[in-house]
Design a protein around this ligand. Structure first.
Ligand SMILES: Cc1ncc(COP(=O)(O)O)c(C=O)c1O
Length: 280
């Protein structure tokens, strides 16, 4: 059995123990990251660690480890895994305290990390998404473990036979329940700006960077609900899903109902970047 990391120790998952008074359990008081590992190399490690730092400082927590300590700890899990391609999960909660909202009574943070083989999926022929009100809180730039709204939204998508919910707040598209959103409209790629209402996705940022570098204009600007419905293409991005074309929105086809040419271009550029990383 592969080991997990818990509070400084590597141990089999069935020996891992967390207190019922852990604030991650009682309050959802914690943050997390999901890293992808390709060929045993952690993809965009630095970017994830930077976002982790931002999430921690936004919830008034110190980072328990330096970047090099994180790297060492995560690589140990990666090397211990039987799979070359993996999904690495890490979670930090504020630790144990009596059930009281005050944060200064918490003991030391709880740090948990695990790796699992990267799940196989093929969304290359496109997925269905629903449009839903963004019922989440205002601090969506924090990668918080408090994910109840996202769980409900994903379930609503699933009840409608869809894979993702695309969220709208005050008539503007924010993001997916667990992904960022891109559209193509009048031949221009657009994605909502990082204004605090979305999670600054590592995949999103890379896609924006790669498209711009390759000469495809990608605007980080507001997308209205109406624009979403008339978009020629819609994609959602995340570390686990990479870039997925949305071909049905509610019960309407997006474009001609097939993945579009801009998506193909983005997918190819992303693949080339991954391949270059592998060889570096
Ligand atoms: C709300 C939300 N937005 C965007 C993303 C995509 O982020 P990343 O590309 O860093 O995986 C996620 C990933 O879980 C998410 O939960």
């Amino acid at each position: 059995m592969q080991n997990i990391f818990l509070n400084g120790e590597y141990l089999p998952i069935n020996q891992a123990r967390i207190s019922v008074f852990d604030r991650g359990f009682t309050f959802g008081d914690g943050v997390y990251e999901v890293f992808l590992v390709y060929h045993r190399k952690i993809f965009r490690l630095q970017e994830h660690l930077e976002r982790l730092n931002n999430s921690l400082s936004a919830i008034y927590m110190d980072n328990p480890y330096s970047d090099s300590q994180w790297q060492e700890l995560l690589i140990k899990l990666v090397m211990d895994s039987p799979a070359d391609n993996q999904s690495l999960y890490l979670q930090i909660t504020r630790g144990v305290s009596e059930r009281d909202h005050a944060i200064d009574i918490a003991e030391k943070p709880t740090v948990f990390a695990m790796s699992k083989p990267l799940p196989e999926h093929d969304f290359s022929s496109g997925i269905k998404a629903i449009v839903a009100d963004d019922i989440r809180w205002q601090l969506c730039y924090i990668k918080a473990t408090t994910l109840l709204a996202s769980v409900i939204l994903r379930h609503q998508a699933s009840l409608a036979g869809a894979k993702e919910a695309i969220l709208v707040k005050d008539d503007s598209v924010t993001e997916g329940a667990a992904s960022n959103v891109f559209i193509v409209i009048d031949g221009v790629v657009k994605t909502p700006p990082k204004d605090g209402r979305i999670l600054p996705g590592i995949t999103r940022d890379l896609v924006v960077e790669l498209l711009n570098e390759s000469g495809v204009v990608c605007q980080e600007s507001n997308i209205t609900r109406d624009e979403l419905y008339v978009a020629e293409e819609i994609w959602v991005t995340s570390s686990t899903w990479e870039i997925v074309p949305v071909v049905m929105l509610d019960d309407t086809r997006v474009g001609d109902g097939r993945p579009g040419q801009y998506w193909e271009r983005a997918r190819d550029i992303y693949r080339q970047f991954k391949e270059a990383q592998r060889q570096s």
